[in-house]
Ligand binder design. Structure first.
Ligand SMILES: [Fe+2]
Length: 198
């Protein structure tokens, strides 16, 4: 029941525009793939799935005009976008059973080197699921076309993930993602495609 509700919520968010269609679902699949290679438990993977589906739920509270801007986002507009982890936290904390997901949604834009937001925490201070989702999220964003740029090819996106280990990402997790990418990607698409094929 909970999982289906979460899926419906994340579909509602992704349906807002063609650029993000399926984003949360792909972030979930890549995150599960990483988690399996990190040998996380079934319970952990269950919580990670929900967090991944809901990571950007706070974008529901950000105006379309800013979110769909084709170019030149101003500092002021970026400051508004940066509020989505906090908005997401406020949405989810109303639901008791989502208690464990709240810190993950709140911290999914932190960076391993401490230069992220909203708190600028670093290293293992960042919840593990948030460190996993950060990589899955960036990979999917890089390999998807957005209003302001074309998709990067997979090789270049993987290189970015590897090069950013220790900077934006937890280096041991970015290494797992790039090292086991073929397995992770294959399994993700095996799970996704049957639902989208006619
Ligand atoms: Fe986000």
């Amino acid at each position: 029941m909970n999982f289906e509700m979460v899926m419906a919520l994340s579909n509602a968010l992704d349906a807002r525009d063609k650029y993000t269609a399926g984003h949360s679902r792909r972030v979930m699949e890549y995150s599960i793939g990483i988690a399996k290679h990190l040998k996380l438990s079934g319970d952990d993977i269950g919580r990670l799935k929900m967090s991944a589906l809901l990571h950007d739920i706070g974008k529901i509270g950000i105006s379309d005009v800013i979110l769909h801007k084709e170019s030149g986002i101003s500092d002021k507009e970026f400051a508004v976008i940066k509020k989505h982890p906090e908005i997401g936290t406020n949405i989810l904390k109303a639901v008791g059973s989502f208690k464990d997901l709240v810190p993950v949604v709140y911290h999914h834009h932190e960076r391993f080197d401490g230069l992220g937001y909203p708190q600028g925490i670093y290293g293992e201070q960042i919840p593990l699921y948030a460190r996993i989702i950060a990589i899955a999220d960036s990979f999917d964003a890089m390999t998807s076309t957005r209003p302001y740029r074309k998709a990067l090819n997979i090789e270049n996106a993987l290189m970015e993930i590897e090069l950013n280990g220790g900077k934006q990402f937890d280096p041991s997790i970015s290494h797992v993602f790039t090292d086991r990418f073929v397995d992770i990607f294959d399994e993700a698409y095996r799970n996704i495609e049957p639902e989208y094929s006619i």
